[in-house]
Each structure stands twice: as structure tokens, then as C-alpha cells.
Design a protein around this ligand. Structure first.
Ligand code: ZN
Length: 138
């Protein structure tokens, strides 16, 4: 029988604009280090309907910029949406990006590619958000 150990934490992220991408890679790695499970899996989960999380290049800040700009183009803020709250575009973008990512952990390090970073994606900011980080070991 395998003993499973783990840890779950909540990060608070403050977005600065209506649409924003915030690199949370180091914050997530800190939680993985604290969990100390050795080898396992880290899940990053956003419990919001107008925000998400994605993994992509964090070396060139133009990459997340272009990603958000393209989403703005594909899903304009103003359109004849039915959702009366006025933020339908944010809901749609959140569903396109998704609410979680799972990253393998080896020797207490996130197994990200050389150019990969984890980004919190805001689509209806600015506001304070919560990101759940769960680390389980095997
Ligand atoms: Zn809404």
C-alpha cells in the first residue's frame, strides 16, 4: 500500500487591469518546496468564473501580452451577449483558458519546461483573487 501525503494552500493574487496575466510560477514553487513530497503532482486551481490559469512562455513578456490581446480580439467586451451582468466576455475567456493546470513534481521541483511559466489569467479585474495550490506525493 502506498502512503500518500500532500498539502493544500491558497495564494492571493491581485490583478491590475480588467485583463491581466500574472506569473505565479515562483509562488507555486514555494508551496511545492514547503510541501516537501519529493515526487508527485501539483494542481493549480482557480475557483472563479471570470479568471483562469495557463502555462506558457514566461521569458518574453510579449507572449502573455499577445495571448491576452488575441483573446480580446476573438471575444470582444461589447457584443450582443445575453448575460445581464455585463461581463459575458470574461466568462467566455475563462472557459477557453480553463480553471486548472496539473504539473508533475520531481525532487520537490515543478517539472516545467525551460521556457514555461504558470500564469494566473484575469478577465474581469482589477480585483483580488484566490488560487488553490494542492501538492500530492506518491
Ligand atoms: Zn457574470
Amino acid at each position: 500500500m502506498t502512503k500518500t501525503q500532500g498539502r493544500s494552500d491558497v495564494l492571493t493574487v491581485s490583478s491590475r487591469h480588467r485583463t491581466d496575466a500574472i506569473d505565479i510560477t515562483e509562488l507555486v514553487q514555494e508551496r511545492v518546496t514547503e510541501a516537501g513530497v519529493g515526487d508527485g503532482l501539483c494542481t493549480v486551481y482557480v475557483a472563479h468564473t471570470t479568471a483562469g490559469v495557463f502555462i506558457n512562455e514566461n521569458a518574453d513578456p510579449d507572449v502573455p501580452h499577445d495571448l491576452l490581446a488575441t483573446l480580446d480580439h476573438l471575444v470582444p467586451w461589447e457584443r450582443n451577449y445575453r448575460h445581464a451582468e455585463g461581463n459575458a466576455a470574461a466568462h467566455i475567456k475563462a472557459s477557453l483558458i480553463g480553471t486548472s493546470q496539473s504539473i508533475p513534481v520531481r525532487a520537490n521541483r515543478l517539472e516545467l519546461g525551460r521556457w514555461q511559466g504558470i500564469f494566473f489569467a484575469e478577465f474581469d479585474g482589477p480585483r483580488e483573487r484566490q488560487v488553490h495550490v494542492s501538492v500530492i506525493g506518491r
